[in-house]
Design a protein around this ligand. Structure first.
Ligand code: LLP
Length: 437
């Protein structure tokens, strides 16, 4: 998919670049991102919204993959940006991302983060709870500013996805509950606070969702709520944000819709509910993360040791693992792989791909069928663009890999491989532990 293909030498090629050459030039592990495919996903979202005629914002949820080059790309594509920490905000601002198109999320924004975002003049805060609402009002007052906000609501819609990454249920640390009066009270309070400009409401029902029903249901609940608030409080929302969560294909059997189809279903459903009201149709905002970058990423690894336990299993170890992709260990996520240097070979065997970390849970893929694998082979794991680099760690003091954008035969490093200085640079040896000179 995307610009991936197998070239004349039987090598996997992405963005016109031979992965063997990428590995030789930049080393492995290496995250390779198909720039054209990221742009295509951005455009699919935008075009589907344009077709609906609704006012909209597509905010890329930068938590999926937040580096400066990515912020630049997203800006070029006309998207907004969702950040959840001072670090993500800093990255966006350093990349010159227009602050008015930045939305600040999170269930525990610190006073410092709030000040930083207010000073930068960001587009809006997505307020998560009463503590934050009042803190934001107070800090905005100090700064003689008015903070634009959305209120994050918990619509109680349960998305069919992995338990650990479901965030839309009632019993959740996120948002104001819709079903116990707390969301209503939040609107009442927010609309009275002098340094708060309440733009609208937000919901996010989960991640890696394939069905449109969850989004439609959440949309309906949000509209129902908006209608009630208007008649009982006289407050009209300009914005309804339905969050992210659109699924992608990781392995065979995953059946996401084309991203435009999710947007179409959502917008048509929203519009159908507004023809019958005199409610001014709000802007619809969404926040896709995974579906923008997930399937654009491929991780290249060099195969090292193998261990054959006859009649049981063959382990094939690669030069990365849970440090560059913690998702299998965290969520039992599944991935597909291929041999990038012998993509057409057919003499297949079933192997399990192990990482190099010192723990048994560091497995990337169980039971994958590959051409007979030898040390030195180049393994490509697909759909690693989202929540891989973003969640990478230095466990075992392993340096984080480099990331390259590939496009039209050109490869550009967008994140350098970490150096040893990155590993020990923040370590401090107190004087009493220093070696005598
Ligand atoms: N908006 C909000 C408020 C969110 O909490 C999230 C993701 C998104 C948007 C973007 O969701 P997406 O379109 O990427 O599904 N680390 C996990 C995923 C955690 C998602 C958390 N929130 C994983 O690797 O699967």
């Amino acid at each position: 998919h995307g610009t991936s293909q197998i070239n004349g030498q039987g090598h996997l090629q992405i963005g016109g670049c031979d992965t063997m050459e990428l590995a030789a030039q930049f080393g492995t592990p290496l995250y390779v991102m198909d720039e054209a495919l990221i742009r295509q996903r951005c455009r699919e979202f935008v075009q589907a919204f344009r077709a609906s005629g609704l006012s909209f914002q597509v905010a890329y949820a930068s938590k999926a993959f937040c580096v400066m080059a990515m912020c630049r790309l997203v800006e070029e594509e006309g998207l907004s940006l969702d950040v959840v920490s001072d670090g993500e905000l800093h990255t966006a601002l350093q990349a010159g991302f227009p602050p008015e198109r930045i939305h600040f999320h999170g269930n525990n924004k610190t006073p410092y983060e709030i000040e930083m975002a207010l000073d930068a003049g960001i587009g809006c805060f997505v307020v998560d709870n009463f503590t934050e609402l009042h803190l934001l009002n107070a800090i905005a007052a100090d700064h003689k500013k008015c903070a634009r906000i959305l209120l994050r609501l918990t619509p109680g819609v349960e998305a069919h996805t992995h338990e650990y990454i479901t965030t839309g249920q009632e019993d959740s640390k996120f948002g104001f509950n819709m079903n116990n009066g707390s969301a209503f009270r939040a609107v009442e309070e927010a609309s009275k606070l002098p340094h708060i400009d309440l733009l609208g409401i937000h919901s996010h029902i989960g991640s890696q969702i394939f069905e449109v029903e969850g989004f439609k249901l959440a949309g309906e609940k949000m509209i129902g709520f908006a209608t009630r608030v208007r008649s009982e409080l006289g407050v009209t929302f300009k914005v309804v944000n339905l969050g992210g969560g659109f699924g992608i294909r990781y392995v065979e059997g995953d059946t996401p819709l084309p991203v435009g189809d999710y947007v179409k279903a959502i917008t048509e459903n929203i519009l159908s509910h507004f023809t019958s009201h005199d409610y001014p149709v709000p802007e619809i905002w969404i926040e896709p993360g995974r579906s923008i970058v997930g399937d654009s990423g491929t991780t290249l690894y060099t195969v090292g040791s193998t261990k054959d336990i006859p009649g049981v299993r063959k382990y094939v170890a690669v030069d990365g693992g849970m440090t560059d992709n913690p998702r299998p260990a965290l969520y039992q996520s599944q991935y597909e792989a291929m041999l990038a240097n012998r993509a057409r070979d057919k003499d297949e065997e079933t192997v399990s791909i192990a990482g190099k970390c010192c723990e048994s849970g560091d497995m990337l893929i169980w039971d994958v069928s590959l051409p007979k694998v030898n040390p030195g082979d180049l393994l490509a794991v697909a759909s690693t663009g989202a929540y891989n680099y973003a969640m990478a760690s230095n466990y075992n003091r392993i340096r984080r890999p480099a990331v390259v954008f590939v496009k039209d035969g050109q490869a550009d490093v967008i994140v350098k491989r970490e150096s040893y200085e990155d590993i020990t640079g923040n370590d401090v040896i107190p004087a009493r532990l220093c070696k005598e000179a």
